[in-house]
Design a protein around this ligand. Structure first.
Ligand code: PLP
Length: 326
């Protein structure tokens, strides 16, 4: 991959100016019961209420708008994703009037295919293998002259996700730390760039699905995961990538804490249930991971001076007929 200049706070500000008219400035919720439970103050950034139901709308829209600025004749965009990024890119392209194609494996549930087409994207079916996804994406990009927008390893996507951190610190300026669910690391690196530039002492903690083993690679400063990349076996479909990205990894080595919160499926469910029952918020398992990380013994054992904790509720796209506790 060609080396790209690292995203800066200025890129995040520019992204915010671009996307602000189209996205929600999501609310930050507090909960007295939760605060009593953890002995600190938690500030929940509700990206589950974002357009398309996840923070992904920010990065996707910034990438599409920035492409349009660079090339007024751009034909459109393409990606391969069955999840939140696919929906978000379809929505972003529709928002600015560009074409979008999304490659999905044949066996993708109809409900997900419908979500993507409901935002006006063309659905292109491929075989259910990573290789078929990539080859089909490349073919469609070439045939239709579309630009590939990957889910995390992309300058404009990272800058777009960084707007969460910038917004959150304006809404809750006294934060000491932020807990961020991580898959490829686009959201965490964007938030880290913005938050650390605005408040250098703030700590950024990654929250991963069990089995990702980020901590080892972060401590070594080297991507130690086995190849080829695989998906983790977890209920949290938003955070299934085992590897961090090539652009995001060095950013997180520099800016994130080396202590990582590793969360089991059973614990993610506890986090989801707390948000459903006590906060009346519909959140998906990746968000549940951040909630439960804030309730964990690991956080309890950390510095008591860390009083104010940001918790990113990254998405709310759950299939209500298949909630993971049934
Ligand atoms: C709900 C949700 N949370 C977290 C993530 C992780 O984002 P990233 O790949 O930028 O680390 C994703 C990615 O798809 C997601 O959909």
């Amino acid at each position: 991959m060609a080396a790209a200049a690292r995203v800066t706070l200025a890129d995040v500000y520019r992204a915010h100016e671009r996307i602000m008219p189209y996205i929600h400035k999501t609310p930050v919720f507090t909960n007295a019961t939760f605060d009593k439970l953890i002995g600190r103050n938690a500030f929940f950034k509700a990206e589950n209420l974002q357009k398309t139901g996840s923070f992904k709308a920010r990065g996707a829209l910034n990438a599409v708008m920035s492409l349009r600025e660079r090339n007024a004749n751009a034909a459109g965009v393409v990606t391969h994703s069955t999840g939140n990024h696919g929906q978000a890119l379809a929505w972003a392209a529709q928002t600015v009037g560009l074409k979008c194609a999304v490659i999905v494996p044949r066996d993708t549930p109809q409900v997900k295919k419908d979500a993507i087409t409901s935002y006006g994207a063309e659905l292109v079916l491929c075989e259910p293998t990573p290789q078929s996804r990539q080859e089909t994406c490349q073919r469609v990009a070439e045939e239709q002259g579309l630009e590939f927008v990957p889910p995390f390893d992309h300058h404009d996507v990272i800058a777009g996700q960084g707007t969460i951190g910038m917004e959150l610190l304006k809404q809750a300026p006294d934060l000491d730390a932020i807990l961020v669910p991580v898959s490829g690391g686009g959201m965490a690196s964007g938030i880290a760039i913005a938050a650390k530039a605005m408040k250098p002492d703030i700590k950024i903690y990654l929250v991963e699905a069990e089995g990702k083993m980020c901590e080892k690679s972060l401590r070594a400063g080297e991507r130690l995961w086995p190849n080829p990349p695989r998906f983790l076996n977890t209920i949290a479909d938003g955070i299934r990538m085992q590897h961090l990205g090539h652009l995001t990894f060095p950013i997180l080595v520099d800016l994130a804490e080396k202590d990582v919160f590793s969360i089991s499926d059973a614990d993610m469910i506890k986090g989801m249930k707390f948000a459903f029952e006590r906060m009346k918020l519909v959140i998906e398992a990746a968000s549940g991971a951040a909630v439960v990380a804030a309730m964990s013994d690991k956080l309890a054992a950390m510095d008591k001076d860390m009083k104010n904790i940001g918790v990113i509720l990254c998405g709310g796209n759950v299939d209500i007929d298949k909630l993971p506790w049934y």
